[in-house]
Ligand binder design. Structure first.
Ligand SMILES: C[S@@+](CC[C@H](N)C(=O)[O-])C[C@H]1O[C@@H](n2cnc3c(N)ncnc32)[C@H](O)[C@@H]1O
Length: 312
C-alpha cells in the first residue's frame, strides 16, 4: 500500500480556513444572484484576501479638510490622497494617488468593470516596481497603459522617472477610472508642463475608441486584466494594433485558473514572440516566499503576478 505523508493538524486547519474563506466568497456571489464566468470566480476569490506586496510606502496626506455641514457624518473628513514612495529604489520619485473607496461590496466589484475603482491590485504594484527598476528602456519612448484602473500607478511611475518620455497615455474602459486618472495627472504633473501625458477612455472591444493609435506605441503595459473571459481575445488584438512594429508589451497577472494560459494561447497566434516568466525580479521572489511562509491568505495562484512579454 502507498504510504501517504500524514498531514499535521496545523496544516489541516490552514487548508480548512482557506477553503472556508473561498466558499464564503463564492456563496455571497451566488446569493447576489449574479452570473459570473470562471475567470470572474478566480477574481472574486482573490478580492481583499491579500492586497499588497508592500513595494511602496503609502502615507495619507495630512491636509486639514473642512467638515461638510450638510453631511450626517460628523467624523473629521480625511484627505483621500496618498503619497506612494518606493524606498527600495533610491532614485524613484514620489507619486500621489487618490483612494476612491474605503469600503466595497461584491456588487461594486462585479458591476461592469468597477474592478479598477476598488483598489490598486498587487499586479499593478508589481508592474510599477518592475518598470521603475528597468526604467532605462522607457527613456524617450511612447507608452500606453491598458486597463490602468483608477490609478495607472505604473504609467504614472514611468512618466515621473523616465527621461523625456515621448508620450504616456493612461487608459481604461470605465468612465470613473478615466476621471480619476485625469485628476491623478493633474495632481502629479501640475507644475511640469513639458510632459506629454494624458488619459482617455479605451475599450478593448471597440476599435473606434483606439483607431487613432494604430502602430503608435513602443510599449504597452497592463496589469491584472486577463481574467475577463469575454475580453481576452479583444485585449490581445488591441495590444497588437497599438504597438509599433517590434514594440513590446509587458503584462503582469496572476495565473487565476486557466485565464493567463488562455491569454498566452491567443497571443501565440498573433505575436512574433510570447514569453512567460515567474522569476523576473529577485526582490519580488523574496516577497512572494515570505508571504507563502507567513500569510495564510496568500495563494500564489490568484495573487502572484506572472510576467508575460509580447513582441509584435
Ligand atoms: C482588475 S482591474 C485592474 C486595474 C489596474 N490595472 C490594477 O491592477 O490596479 C481591471 C481593469 O480593466 C478594465 N476593463 C475591463 N474590461 C475592459 C474593456 N473591455 N475595455 C477596457 N478596459 C476594461 C476595468 O475597468 C478595470 O479598471
Amino acid at each position: 500500500m502507498e504510504n501517504k505523508p500524514a498531514i499535521g493538524e496545523g496544516a489541516l486547519n490552514k487548508v480548512k480556513s482557506k477553503s472556508k474563506a473561498r466558499w464564503e466568497i463564492l456563496r455571497n456571489a451566488i446569493v447576489d444572484k449574479r452570473l459570473v464566468g470562471s475567470g470572474d470566480i478566480t477574481f472574486i476569490q482573490s478580492v481583499r484576501r491579500f492586497d499588497t506586496f508592500e513595494l511602496f510606502t503609502r502615507k495619507q496626506c495630512t491636509c486639514v479638510l473642512k467638515p461638510d455641514k450638510r453631511s450626517a457624518n460628523k467624523k473629521k473628513p480625511q484627505c483621500s490622497w496618498f503619497s506612494y514612495i518606493c524606498e527600495d529604489i533610491p532614485f524613484s520619485k514620489e507619486v500621489w494617488i487618490q483612494h476612491l473607496f474605503s469600503d466595497v461590496n461584491l456588487k461594486d466589484i462585479l458591476s461592469f468593470n468597477n474592478t479598477g475603482n476598488v483598489c490598486i491590485w498587487p499586479a499593478e504594484e508589481v508592474l510599477a516596481y518592475y518598470c521603475i527598476l528597468n526604467i532605462d528602456q522607457f527613456h524617450f519612448k511612447s507608452v500606453i497603459e491598458l486597463g490602468g484602473g483608477s490609478s495607472s500607478l505604473a504609467g504614472i511611475c514611468i512618466a515621473l522617472n523616465a527621461k523625456s518620455p515621448k508620450q504616456i497615455l493612461l487608459t481604461d474602459g470605465n468612465k470613473r477610472c478615466v476621471e480619476s486618472l485625469e485628476k491623478t495627472i493633474e495632481m502629479n504633473f501640475k507644475n511640469k508642463k513639458n510632459i506629454n501625458i494624458s488619459a482617455s477612455s479605451l475599450l478593448w472591444d471597440d476599435v473606434g475608441t483606439y483607431q487613432q493609435h494604430k502602430n503608435a506605441f513602443d510599449f504597452v503595459i497592463c496589469a491584472d486584466c486577463l481574467f475577463f473571459d469575454k475580453y481576452r481575445q479583444s485585449l490581445a488584438e488591441t495590444i497588437h494594433y497599438v504597438l509599433k512594429s517590434s514594440g513590446k508589451a509587458l503584462i503582469f497577472a496572476p495565473r487565476r485558473g486557466h485565464t493567463l494560459a488562455q491569454f498566452v494561447d491567443i497571443s501565440c497566434k498573433i505575436f512574433s514572440s510570447v514569453t512567460e516568466s515567474d522569476h523576473y525580479c529577485p526582490a519580488i521572489i523574496n516577497k512572494h516566499e515570505t508571504e507563502q511562509l507567513n500569510n495564510d491568505s496568500y495563494d500564489p495562484e490568484i495573487h502572484f503576478p506572472v510576467l508575460v512579454e509580447l513582441i509584435k
